[in-house]
Design a protein around this ligand. Structure first.
Ligand SMILES: Nc1nc2c(ncn2[C@@H]2O[C@H](COP(=O)(O)OP(=O)(O)OP(=O)(O)O)[C@@H](O)[C@H]2O)c(=O)[nH]1
Ligand SMILES: [Mg+2]
Length: 327
């Protein structure tokens, strides 16, 4: 789909630094987007493939992905422009039952985004049984069937059972039209265009929400923090990925082609600090180097990263911290 590169709306950098984020304007050879507009909230269980869908549909690395459930923690916008119009997707945290403070906040983020949506994209992992967790989501979608498209995802996997998902949907959401239940592989780019077509069919003409050259609304510091978190959680195990957040302490454009950034990988306990640093500091070095490589793909300037680990004791119980991180 739209391959326009790298405009980030709402950049927090000063103007000269913002301009460094913006690339390839002159290479814009796409025809203007059509006149339809819709705000589409993506909903589904943790690890269903919501963020992968958004990245594949937009052709950009907008939202971080990992095999660890509860990777996405915020409502993250990704914008897809085609000859039919503009779809503004909102990726959301995986929806599941848990009384933990952080999960309750993430569920509120999902509920808010559902309330704002013109349409809903419900992503189901067809390799897993549709149990009580899935019913929690279909309960939210009751009454919204006419504006819901369902992606039956991971059909590339051997364990995929789309017939089981369709049966589940026919019981839980009988009003959902068959033509709006679509087999997909977000990872292998199968069925994605059909999902977009179904969403455009529901969308109404209206003014676009973003200029066409933007593909996300994320601030530069948030994107950097997310890339570092992605590199960290994909290398760390057990509870550590869930105990991490990234704090950007400083960002400075040192030349038009180089930014300096100081970031902290924050953990909950002293014992976790050693794991993230690793033997001979090998783990933190790898996370730093791989983050720099990924960031190079997103921005047209190099980012010189000063990355350290620090303890923010029991931050997941800290309301002020959660207020800041889970907006
Ligand atoms: N085989 C296969 N794997 C997929 C597909 N889509 C996503 N995945 C994998 O599933 C895992 C979770 O993907 P994400 O996109 O992070 O899932 P999510 O729904 O955003 O997860 P949360 O943010 O935790 O709610 C990753 O390992 C992806 O590579 C697919 O179509 N096929
Ligand atoms: Mg996600």
């Amino acid at each position: 789909m739209n391959k326009d590169k790298s405009k980030t709306a709402n950049s927090s950098l000063p103007e000269t630094e913002q301009s460094a984020v913006i690339q390839n304007d002159t290479q814009d050879s796409q025809p203007p987007a059509g006149d339809k507009t819709a705000l589409v909230t993506i909903i589904g269980r943790p690890s269903a493939g919501k963020s992968t869908f958004l990245n594949t549909a937009s052709g950009e690395m907008i939202s971080i992905v990992s095999s660890i459930p509860q990777t996405t923690r915020n409502a993250i916008k990704g914008i897809v422009n085609t000859s039919l119009g503009q779809l503004v997707f909102v990726d959301t945290p995986g929806y599941h039952e848990s009384d933990k403070k952080m999960n309750l906040r993430m569920r509120n983020i999902v509920a808010d985004q559902l309330a704002n949506a013109d349409s809903i994209l419900y992503v189901i992992d067809s390799t897993r049984a549709c149990g009580d967790e899935e019913k929690l989501i279909t309960a939210l979608l009751k009454g919204h069937e006419d504006k819901t498209v369902c992606a039956v995802n991971k059909i590339d996997e051997k364990a995929s059972n789309p017939a089981m998902v369709r049966k589940f949907l026919s019981v839980q959401l009988p009003e959902l039209k068959g033509e709006n239940i679509i087999d997909t592989s977000a990872k292998e780019d199968q069925g994605i265009n059909d999902v977009l077509k179904a969403l455009y069919a529901m969308a109404k003409p209206g003014p676009h929400l973003y200029p066409e050259e933007f593909y996300t609304d994320q601030e530069v510091d948030f994107r950097i923090a997310e890339v570092i978190r992605e590199q960290a959680i994909n290398r760390l195990e057990q509870e550590i990925p869930h105990c991490l957040y990234v704090q950007i302490a400083d960002m400075e454009m040192r030349s038009p082609t180089k930014m300096w950034c100081r970031a902290f990988l924050c953990v909950e306990k002293e014992s976790q600090k050693g794991i993230v640093i690793g033997k001979g500091a090998q783990m933190i070095k790898t996370i730093r180097v791989e983050s720099i490589k990924q960031l190079r793909k997103l921005f047209d300037y190099k980012i010189d990263l000063d990355l350290q680990v620090k303890v923010d004791k029991n931050w997941r119980q800290n309301d002020l911290r959660l207020d800041k991180l889970l907006k």
